[in-house]
Ligand binder design. Structure first.
Ligand SMILES: *Cc1c(COP(=O)(O)O)cnc(C)c1O
Length: 348
């Protein structure tokens, strides 16, 4: 097998969902956008549905179609991007629930599908998606009369608990919605950790389910193991890889592994990331190529068949730090060439 193995522990995802659910007294949904943060939306959604999750969020209607396929009729699938031009048939045929973000979307939805469920996304200060106060004021009575299934907003700085923006957005969200009877939602993973004031009726964790920060107590979910294709012995003074960016000053054994920047192992990981042979650290040397990386295994007694780049000894956030990014980007960059395997009782 030339491609790397990405093992996804569905029991860990379920345990993370339950742990986040146990922190609140309200409903806990699951965010499965971007193909379940790169780990496979259909398998993740099925496992969480089996564990009791009833509402699933995706970014766009097309993602919702894939999740509906996996889950069948007995789950609510909500679309953050709302009701876009061209989405009407998919929303109607697959019972997707758009979060309407603007007057345009509101008009489109009410005209095309007057009796279909919808939610509302409000902008409480992030300036990204959702209606702002003036347009909201103009339509809130009409919206209220149509019975939205959810009124939600999103926090910009929830991963920084002391950030003043959290309280500002909470206050603004309350001012925009306190007189509504519809269920409300403000918290993603970070917001859950901010405490009960932020929980309202429904939380929307994503990254915490998949083992990432800011949920520091999350169980790790993804393990990525790269096969060794070939090894070679170098003498002092030889270089490795494109641009000759690494030179050995002793004799060395270099392993060439399947997996590169086309698989989400960013070029920024070159000359700095660590791979693991069980519990022995091995440095990535030279540049990351499109399909390959090179690793110094001089100190190992035998050539391993695989080296691990994600696992219990290197979490998605630890790897992210080495690439100058965040766990979210590591996960959602995990490429389509990996063989995704699912482990745990929830994989049955
Ligand atoms: C991505 C997203 C979430 C989930 O956020 P996490 O930080 O991954 O928990 C929740 N709500 C909205 C609007 C999002 O875009």
């Amino acid at each position: 097998m030339g491609s790397a193995n990405l093992t996804i522990d569905l029991d860990a995802i379920v345990a993370n969902w339950r742990a986040l659910d146990a922190m609140t007294n309200c409903e806990t949904a699951a965010v499965v956008k971007a193909d379940g943060y790169g780990l496979g939306a259909e398998r993740v959604a099925k496992a969480l549905a089996q564990a009791g999750a009833r509402r699933f969020f995706v970014a766009v209607a097309e993602e919702g179609a894939a999740v509906r396929n996996a889950l069948g009729p007995n789950a609510d699938i909500l679309v953050f991007g709302g009701h876009m031009r061209g989405d009407t048939d998919m929303i109607n045929d697959l019972y997707l629930t758009p979060m309407l973000n603007s007057l345009d979307q509101l008009t489109r939805h009410f005209e095309a599908l007057p009796n279909a469920p919808f939610g509302i996304q409000l902008d409480s200060g992030m300036n990204r998606l959702g209606m702002e106060s003036p347009e909201w004021d103009a339509v809130r009575d009409i919206v209220a009369s149509q019975g939205p299934v959810l009124v939600m907003s999103h926090l910009a700085c929830a991963d920084t608990p002391d950030h003043a923006m959290n309280r500002q957005q909470l206050a603004r969200f309350r001012a925009m919605t306190d007189d509504m009877t519809a269920p409300r939602s403000l918290a993603a993973t970070g917001g859950i950790l901010l405490g009960p004031e932020y929980h309202f009726d429904l939380t929307r964790p994503g990254i915490g389910l998949y083992g990432g920060l800011p949920f520091a107590d999350a169980q790790p979910v993804a393990s990525l193991s790269l096969p060794v294709i070939q090894t070679r012995d170098l003498v002092a003074g030889e270089t490795v890889g494109y641009g000759n960016t690494w030179t050995t000053n002793t004799s060395a054994t270099i392993a060439t592994l399947s997996g590169g920047y086309a698989d989400g192992l960013m070029r920024a990981l070159g000359n700095g990331a660590t791979l693991w042979a069980n519990d022995i650290a091995c440095p990535l040397v030279g540049r990351v190529s499109m399909d390959l990386i090179t690793v110094d295994i001089s100190h190992l007694h035998e050539v391993p068949r695989h080296l691990d780049i994600l696992g219990p000894l290197q979490t998605v956030d630890a790897l992210a730090e080495k690439a100058g990014t965040i766990g979210y980007e590591i996960l959602t960059s995990l490429g389509p060439r990996y063989t995704r395997r699912y482990s745990g009782g929830f994989a049955q």
